[in-house]
Ligand binder design. Structure first.
Ligand SMILES: [Zn+2]
Length: 188
């Protein structure tokens, strides 16, 4: 079976090169996750990899949860591969709420799925919300993790082992070398 990098490259979602993000950060590449999310063929292939990784790392999982919007699509696909139920976290609301379709029971073993963790701020909100609800969060499984290996003391498992690098603009080694910016105003 192909790995995540091969799938992303076939979907033209893999962009290597000097990148300027909309938030002002610089980097050496980025993922165009929408090209995966909008094509069920690719989304299914990536979800299969996530399902396999969850079975290896969090085999006791009972429920897959994903945040609106991308994470919810991913949760549905991953849960199908695992033969488990899924639910949706609506983080566009403040405070965060569960979609009524599936509200975890106290102690239910949950794995969160998402495409990319960038700042980690949103995932921190969702994780705290899930903990407060009484669910037991086994872990978080994403395509690419730009933050640390834990969020709120919960393990983050990533399909990509070496993500693209992020730099403060002032500390960007590509700028220091005079490399021209290849991608501008990117929102990952
Ligand atoms: Zn730069």
């Amino acid at each position: 079976m192909r790995n995540i990098e091969e799938i992303l490259k076939e979907a033209n979602a893999w962009h290597e090169g000097h990148t300027e993000f909309r938030n002002g950060m610089h980097g050496d590449g980025w993922l165009q996750k929408d090209l995966i999310a909008r094509d069920p063929k690719y989304l299914d292939q990536v979800a299969r990899l996530q399902a396999d990784q969850i079975m290896r790392e969090f085999p006791e999982v009972e429920l897959i949860m994903g945040p609106v919007t991308g994470g919810a699509l991913i949760a549905s696909n991953v849960a199908r591969h695992l033969g488990k139920e899924m639910g949706i976290i609506d983080g566009k609301k403040d405070p965060v709420v569960f979609h009524d379709m599936n509200i975890p029971e106290a102690g239910e073993k949950v794995v969160m799925v998402e495409d990319i963790i960038s700042s980690g701020v949103d995932m921190g909100r969702f994780t705290r919300f899930l903990k407060q609800s009484g669910a037991e969060i086994l872990g978080i499984c994403v395509w690419m993790n730009r933050k640390g290996s834990e969020i709120e003391n919960i393990k983050v498992s990533s399909l990509l082992e070496t993500p693209f690098k992020l730099y403060q603009k002032e500390e960007c080694p590509l700028c220091a070398q005079g490399v021209e910016i290849k991608y501008k105003n990117v929102r990952e």
